[in-house]
Design a binder for this molecule. Structure first.
Ligand code: FAD
Length: 278
């Protein structure tokens, strides 16, 4: 049971949602946007989040777009992980979302919720990072379309009133050679010990990680090391591991040393799989 009362709104347009947010905020209701609600409900039950108003975005047409048109794939933020996997426009993204939670919860979790939520893994962001996706945001000050790499560092750098509306991916990335590797501590369905996704663009590997540090990231430094064909494979892998730019996670899922060991095998697998195309 959620131990507090809150008002529930389900606007039909973006303008309505944004104006509603501003209005509710101005009267101290601490509104929040609501996608699948899985994180909100589980956190509210244990007093980790409080609001007096939720704004459900699932009836907003722009947030429900899922279309490949004019060489762009547009995925609305209210699209569920299940729908992403079923439509399968971007197979690398499908692989990533199919390993987030279980089937029942994938039916609820939305792309926007996975990107904006507080859980650190945000695995759906990895394919968006390596495919240089753009994110469409709308807030009280208007709308902006911004590369994912410019709007995400540790978390989405958006203001409270800003709504994630869509992710847009160039069609050229959808079919490039790619790989998704996820390791968990025990079960197939679990938070990642490490997840990596990699994609080959013009003979070079774009790579991004979740679970390795306490936020998902893509690093140019690591990509330069990985793509330096003048070095033998093992040397590249060792250098990459020595140059992880942020603190490696050390928690119940696994120690940082174990993560480094695991990462070695995962990068090796990645290079073995992609070497024919690089
Ligand atoms: C059992 C379980 C297992 C999980 N396993 C994994 C896993 O293996 N890997 C992984 O990466 N994640 C995992 N998650 C995390 C999950 O993806 C996130 O909790 C995600 O936030 C849930 O999406 P939702 O649509 O239900 O979000 P909601 O609960 O609706 O919202 C979560 C937060 O995001 C904000 N938000 C939602 N949509 C938008 C939007 N469009 N614009 C701006 N803000 C928005 C809300 O205001 C709220 O603060 C798991 C979650 C559960 C419950």
């Amino acid at each position: 049971m959620i131990p507090f009362n809150f008002d529930y709104y389900k606007p039909n347009t973006l303008a309505e949602a944004i104006n509603l947010y501003a209005e509710l905020d101005s009267i101290g209701k601490s509104p929040i946007y609501y996608g699948g609600g899985t994180e909100f409900i589980s956190m509210a039950r244990v007093h980790n989040v409080y609001t007096e108003a939720v704004i459900d975005i699932k009836d907003i047409p722009e947030c429900n777009i899922h279309v490949l048109k004019n060489n762009k794939l547009t995925i609305g933020s209210a699209i569920t992980l299940t729908d992403i996997a079923i439509e399968n426009y971007f197979p690398l993204l499908s692989l990533a979302v199919k390993r987030i939670a279980d089937h029942t919860i994938q039916d609820k979790i939305t792309l926007g919720g996975n990107l904006a939520g507080t859980i650190i893994y945000k695995e759906s962001i990895l394919p968006l990072m390596v495919a240089n996706a753009n994110i469409v945001l709308v807030g009280i000050n208007g709308s902006r379309t911004i590369p994912i790499m410019d709007v995400f560092f540790k978390k989405m750098k958006i203001s409270n009133d800003e709504l994630i509306v869509q992710a847009i991916i160039d069609e050229k990335y959808l079919t490039l050679s790619s790989i998704h590797v996820k390791r968990t501590r025990n079960e197939k369905i679990d938070y990642p010990l490490i997840t990596l996704v990699a994609l080959v663009e013009q003979g070079k590997i774009n790579i991004a990680f979740s679970g390795l540090c306490d936020f998902p990231f893509r690093s140019k430094l690591l990509e330069d090391i990985l793509n330096d064909k003048s070095l033998p494979k093992d040397e590249r892998i060792n250098m990459l591991i020595q140059n992880i730019p942020y603190k490696i996670l050390d928690n119940l899922e696994g120690s940082s040393e174990y993560r480094k060991f695991m990462l070695h095998t995962m990068i090796d697998e990645t290079l073995e799989n992609l070497q024919e195309v690089i």
